[in-house]
Design a protein around this ligand. Structure first.
Ligand code: GUN
Length: 294
């Protein structure tokens, strides 16, 4: 049996349509236009592509986009001064500082300087703590998008056995918190986990976020499980070109899983949609307007 392919692109497009409608409503009723500032330091090609996609999505949703492109040799003081200006800017509701930052920069200090109310990445310790304690929080976009994809297959995740491979602060750990909030039974696995394949075979929901191309094999997957592949790895392809693959060996996995996300076209588009969703939420919270249900 071949798995249902979860069309992240279509699901993200539908979410972006709902966000655009809610944004138009916010403008009509409250005169409020959400704004996202994206800060990019240096010229890492992958980051440039990512930042362009975010700015395009922001504009398409009817929001304001403020792009700040800084040279690779930007100083800590310059970056901190920019964050302080954006924190104080009434037209900026969300701030996203693209990672990785150049090596002379203390990234933690920069991220911690962002006003938690504008922290659309959900990386600030205040948002991390709020998410972990079940308080309303801005949560990281890739985990938010991943859970939405799982919920496109199962309207309730309550009581399901979820396994998350990867314990990063950006994906694995916040994903665990979001799954707990959905009442899933969560196991977090990582590079030191014993019998990883056996652990994965217990999962009704398997999330792979390790950054290792096609590490999860078909025989690690419980028949009928839902597989959400968070990995985006560039590997050598045909004719001297490169191609993108996930952390899951897709061809093997799709014959075992019940539903699976492709790479590209799975989690990636959802991350972008959730950046604009968080910008909308931040704008509503800042203005004391109830958040639209999207
Ligand atoms: N670089 C790779 N992923 C991310 C992300 O989710 N947010 C930011 N700010 N930078 C990234």
């Amino acid at each position: 049996m071949s798995a249902t392919i979860i069309d992240g692109k279509a699901i993200a497009q539908s979410l972006r349509g709902k966000i655009a409608a809610a944004t138009a409503d916010l403008k009509t009723r409250h005169g409020l236009v959400p704004g996202l500032a994206v800060v990019l330091a240096g010229n890492d090609p992958a980051s440039e592509v990512y930042v362009r996609s975010k700015s395009k999505a922001v504009v398409e949703a009817g929001m304001q986009s403020f792009d700040h492109k800084l040279p690779r040799d930007v100083t800590q003081a310059e970056l901190m001064a920019l964050v302080a200006r954006l924190n104080a800017d009434k037209n900026v509701h969300g701030i996203l500082v693209q990672l990785p930052l150049p090596k002379q920069i203390d990234s933690t200090a920069v991220l911690n300087a962002i006003d938690p109310a504008k922290d659309v990445d959900g990386f600030h310790p205040v948002n991390v703590g709020r998410l972990a304690t079940g308080l309303p929080a801005l949560a990281p976009c890739t985990p938010l998008g991943s859970v939405r994809l799982a919920k496109s297959v199962h309207s309730s995740l309550s009581g399901m056995d979820a396994v998350v491979i990867g314990r990063s602060n950006i994906v694995g750990k916040p994903l665990v918190q979001l799954l707990l909030a959905e009442n899933a039974t969560v196991t977090i696995a990582h590079s030191k986990t014993k019998n990883l394949a056996d652990v994965c075979r217990r999962a009704d929901l398997l999330f792979a976020a390790v950054g290792r191309p096609e590490m999860v094999r078909g025989n690690w997957i419980k028949p009928g499980a839902t597989v959400i592949d968070v990995g985006i790895n560039r590997v050598p392809g045909d004719a001297g070109k490169t191609k993108l693959v996930g952390d899951v060996a897709f061809t093997e996995a799709k014959d075992v899983a019940g539903a699976i996300t492709p790479v590209p076209g799975g989690v990636g588009p959802m991350t972008i949609a959730c950046v604009i969703l968080n910008t909308l939420r931040a704008a509503c919270a800042g203005a004391g307007v109830p958040e639209p249900d999207v």
